[in-house]
Ligand binder design. Sequence first.
Ligand code: NDP
Length: 508
Amino acid sequence: MEKKIPAVNPATGEETAHVKAADDKQIKDAFKKSKKSLENWKDLSVGQRCKYLKRFRENVLEDLEDIVSTIKEDTGKSDIEILMSDILATLEITKYYEENAPDILKKEKRKTPFEFRKNYSYVEYEPYGTVSVISPWNYPFQLSVVPAITALIGGNTVVLKPSEITPLTGEKIKELFEKSGFPEGVFQVLQGTGEVGEKMIEEKPDKVFFTGGVETGKKVMEKASKQLIPVELELGGNDPFIVFKDADIDRAVKGLVYGALANSGQLCVSSERVYVERDVKKEFMEKLEKELEKVRVGGNSTYEMGPIIREKQIEKIKEHVEEAVLEGAEMLTDFERNGNFLKPVLLDKVDHDMNVMREETFGPVIPVTSFKGIEEAVGLANDTEYGLNASVWSEDIEKAEKVASKLETGNCYINDVVKNIGNPHLPFGGVKKSGIGRYHGPEGLKSFVQPKSVMVSGNTIDEINWFPYDKKLCKSIAKLIKTKYGKKGFLKKIKNYFSLRKEMLGRD
Ligand code: NDP
């Protein structure tokens, strides 16, 4: 029987449409097509592939209003959030790769040790093959399109599974790629639940790029390991927000309100734990309470916070808040629910045994505690299994940079939050449980290709390491090693080396 994926608007709870879920045959066919289309796609130059990308970018602009309303129907978030985080961030990285990918992926000449006489060496980059991209619901456009286009520029073909929670965005992405004229089979979308995601690994793609929660990430890695398929995992975070007493407190407060509440906290790089230096904590909390009063939740016109996208998430947020209060936290603003909309919750007097500090809450909850000095701040920030992003606030940039160096994190923003993920020049990814691998930037493009090393010999005579072995050769090689790595000066080494070469070449 045909399986349907309902599209539910989280702002109203209404089912507005449905899409067809891929069945087993469609999944198999998609991978067959993907593998077939790889042959021609990988043979195009990077520049030729970028032309398709340009068309895609132009089509995003042409369909901007429709994309915004589709994402809104799936997620309920505010238009500004969609424009900034889903669309601008995607276009930024698309343009960056259009302009830089040919250079990042060009054949690179490498040095050759001088005993490899008349040789030269280079590295060229090859695609993995077919890549399965599995994406989450919180930024359904950016987190699907960015890995997909990066894989495509690298010469891979892509099969994407959007989250079942945001199927309309998945359909819109499919339409945009079709409209951009990508050759058949190069980019495909399979709609469905996690089961479809599992099957997309069983079909033996050449790489899996997964964005989602830690527990699902483990399952993906386990399944992929059975076939030795390389995985890249972009997982959850529990990001610290650290405010030193010499910070611009007004700016830090506003930064936190954005960092913790953007997309209602359903953001992998959300500010999840707040550490304020003791001397300024009182001032910080007073200003924070005032600033929180200004945040508008839901509504039909302009608002900052949209709904929580799924019920399961609301339960987890509530549980984290209730547990913290039972364990001694003070709730400065109440937990209030209206349909799927939650008001921000401000918690004081939290400690590191509480789940609200240890786990990713993924909601509009701001737990605050205090510290004294750099050492304690760094100790608290690093006392976590996650390591995605961090935010450090101080007017003393030298000190803030030192702190950033000590933090166990993949990414860090000094005196701001979140939007460092939108700088296309920087690699992005997590350490510890927050993930494996990087995307964005030159490193991110290179994670979708494999380096192939090539050496070319221009010698016409026998090589020194070739058979036959004899005592004379053994002595010569020992002398070569001592000369090359010994303490003699450079000129002496060169002289010795040439006399040795002569000696060895005389062997035939
Ligand atoms: P999930 O892990 O629940 O799902 C992610 C994707 O995996 C979805 O498409 C899901 O399908 C699919 N999936 C579920 N089970 C399996 C399986 N067994 N095998 C293969 N695929 C499967 O994450 P969420 O969608 O709930 O996203 C929220 C999480 O993502 C948070 O932890 C957040 O921090 C993290 N995240 C990380 C980011 C990063 O860059 N590091 C960025 C954004 C989010 P379906 O939805 O249909 O069930």
